[in-house]
Design a binder for this molecule. Structure first.
Ligand SMILES: *Cc1c(COP(=O)(O)O)cnc(C)c1O
Length: 375
């Protein structure tokens, strides 16, 4: 059975951009300029204008963007990098690939964003960076983290993979640290036709370092000043990203409309806890994450009804097998752990219709009312 309501459906996005992208792809096929080049240069300029940052370096994916950003602010082997426990594992992987140690901290219960007090409590002489994550489409509380970071002289690397176009009290997502990393994985608010990412900063020195590290540690061909990596952006992706960037604000507005409709449809359902938006935040609703009791059963019933749902993320990073060696125990980060058992991501994408949302709401109401009756 095909899903009655898919979790994500990007077909309408691709249809909107096809006539702009195909001629560029044809030209690239004919001329062979697949990596870097004018298409990538133009995208970097346009993204810089959009975010309001001085320098953008297009890269291969969001994980590489995070690694390059961390390395550029000086994170090295055995350094500690503070980040929230309820993030996509890539945030931790980026630190690990440098040989640094992810230090996972708890989040606030209202919005599930990194808790500034937990950040401050986790700072040690080995802390080399703080990596707040703009989760589900809203910015982390940077206006509270920035003064803490400044007081301790620690750089902030913003993980802005889920918040393209969002803003908070401290400014626009992507501008809130010394450097920011973002991902253009196809399902992100600004998605490529494959893997891609970017690093953003106002600091020309950091931008130069990122560009050099991502291009085999070289700024002049075959002169290698340091051991780098290959993290370049393809022109094929830049063409797609340029076309989608022009539509990002409109698509984010459509996500906001859809979020408003969910709130109206589900506001009276006691068994469903709706997502909260932090005061002063302009949320771009990368994900619409509710909380319910008996989540696994609700998830199974929705799946049975043909509703595409997800969990972001089922296991907080500190309890994953991959990071068992860090030695965290269950109970240490109670808010992130409790949330992981209750969160449920509903279908969310710009072209989600009122009708589709009605089906989601009816199915969810049926499933969660069942849960209350049983408890
Ligand atoms: C998607 C994502 C990443 C990683 O991006 P990739 O392009 O998949 O490597 C990093 N952090 C967060 C919070 C993400 O959502």
């Amino acid at each position: 059975m095909t899903a009655a309501v898919p979790f994500v459906d990007l077909a309408a996005q691709q249809a909107e951009i096809a006539s702009e992208v195909l001629p560029v792809w044809r030209r690239l096929l004919e001329t062979g300029g697949f990596i870097g080049g004018p298409e990538v240069d133009a995208f970097e300029r346009e993204l810089g204008d959009y975010f309001g940052v001085g320098h953008v370096v297009g890269v291969s994916n969001g994980t590489d963007a995070l690694e390059l950003a961390m390395r550029a602010v000086g994170v090295g082997p055995r350094d500690e990098v503070i980040m929230p426990a309820n993030t996509f594992i890539a945030t931790a992987e980026a630190a690990s690939r440098i040989g640094a140690v992810p230090v996972l901290v708890d989040v606030d219960d209202a919005c599930l964003l990194i808790d500034p007090e937990a950040v401050e409590a986790a700072i040690t002489p080995r802390t080399a960076a703080i990596v707040p994550v703009d989760l589900f489409g809203q910015t982390a509380p940077m206006e509270r983290i920035a003064p803490i970071a400044a007081r301790h002289g620690i750089p902030v690397v913003e993980d802005a993979a889920q918040a393209q176009g969002a803003a908070g009290p401290a400014g626009r997502a992507g501008t809130l640290g010394r450097v920011a990393a973002t991902s253009f994985y196809p399902g992100k608010n600004l998605g490529a036709a494959g893997d891609a990412g970017a690093v953003m900063t106002d600091d020309p020195e950091i931008a130069r370092t990122v560009r050099s590290l991502g291009g085999h540690g070289s700024s002049v061909k075959y002169v290698h000043d340091r051991v780098g990596m290959n993290a370049r952006l393809d022109a094929v992706q830049a063409a797609v990203l340029r076309a989608k960037l022009r539509r990002l604000d409109r698509w984010n507005a459509m996500r906001r409309t859809a979020a408003g409709r969910y709130a109206a449809l589900l506001g009276d359902v006691d068994a469903v806890r709706l997502p909260a938006v932090r005061t002063g935040n302009d949320d771009v609703w990368h994900l619409y994450v509710v909380r319910v009791d008996d989540r696994d059963r609700v998830l199974a019933e929705l799946t049975e009804a043909g509703i595409g749902v997800g969990i972001h993320y089922p296991t907080p990073v500190h309890l994953t097998e991959a990071y068992a060696w860090l030695g965290y125990r269950r109970g240490q980060l109670p808010v992130a752990e409790a949330a992981a058992d209750r969160i449920l991501s509903l279908p969310m994408f710009p072209h989600l219709t009122e009708q589709q949302q009605g089906r989601v709401a009816r199915a969810l109401q049926g499933a969660s009312v069942g849960a209350s009756a049983r408890s």
